[in-house]
Write a protein that binds this ligand. Structure first.
Ligand code: FPP
Length: 256
């Protein structure tokens, strides 16, 4: 089955053989960074980098399906990305629509659940319609969750949770003493999703850029110099293998 991805190099097969299938990260979060630099290196416009990044995304999703990853959260547009030139923002906003138009039938076929998080009210109408349609069409599926962070910011996420908790407390629907980590988590945009086990950030940047701040308290980080459009299944497998070689203690001590 995985043979359809064989690029003739074969290294990925060696990596795949080393992966422990029962120890896969349940939830992988991805900051798809480096599209602009990828394009610049080739003398291409930035949008060519984003388009190529979309192809990388398709490949990653397809391979993740085969591996059996349960949740992928993709940082597709941050609350800070509005600062980019208008033409780039417009292009980035059209990408989810284009992606879903082309890929939704195949995603449905694979039993994928599409979700989105962030302040979706600010998205252009057609982007929002495409995303809402995909969510509706896949809401009864039971397979991999593909969660798009769109107009998402970790701090904004925490603030909207606090505001909603305050409102409910004021209206008498909530006793503040009941607020614990599990309850707070359910007020975040990620709601019932498990926290990410693994964060993948390519492009040589070593920061989390306001992504999933609360949810990544114990996430393992995987950074790489590779630019997102060049990210392939070898990188994904390497990230998973590195993750599997880490010792996750969650603040405890090593089991002896
Ligand atoms: C960051 O690279 C990338 C983004 C802000 C957009 C990521 C979007 C995609 C890869 C396409 C997503 C497709 C769908 C379907 C949502 P950058 O532009 O900051 O790169 P640079 O740092 O090299 O300039």
């Amino acid at each position: 089955m995985v043979d359809q991805h064989n690029n003739g190099k074969g290294k990925w097969k060696q990596l795949l053989a080393q992966v422990q299938k029962n120890e896969l990260p349940r939830h992988i979060a991805v900051i798809m960074d480096g599209n602009g630099r990828w394009a610049k290196k080739r003398g291409l416009p930035r949008i060519a980098g984003h388009r190529s990044g979309m192809q990388s995304l398709k490949n990653m999703i397809s391979f993740s399906h085969e591996l059996g990853i349960q949740v992928i959260t993709l940082f597709a547009f941050s609350t800070e990305n509005w600062k980019r030139p208008r033409w780039e923002v417009d292009f980035l906003m059209r990408l989810p629509e284009e992606y879903l138009q082309k890929e939704l039938p195949a995603l449905i076929e694979k039993n994928t659940v599409i979700q989105a998080m962030g302040d979706l009210s600010q998205l252009p109408e057609s982007t929002l319609a495409a995303v809402e349609n995909a969510i509706t069409e896949t809401r009864h599926n039971t397979g991999m969750v593909l969660n798009f962070a769109l107009n998402y910011g970790g701090r904004a996420d925490i603030l909207q949770a606090v505001r909603n908790l305050c409102r409910e407390a004021k209206e008498g629907q909530l006793d503040c003493r009941e607020i614990d980590e599990a309850l707070f988590s359910r007020y975040l945009c990620s709601r019932d999703l498990p926290d990410p086990d693994l964060l993948i950030r390519p492009s040589g940047e070593f920061r989390i850029s306001n992504f999933l701040l609360w949810q990544m308290a114990y996430t393992e980080f995987w950074f790489s110099q590779v630019l997102w459009p060049d990210f392939d299944r070898e990188h994904l497998l390497q990230a998973i293998l590195d993750y599997q070689n880490r010792e996750r203690r969650f603040g405890g001590i090593k089991n002896t």
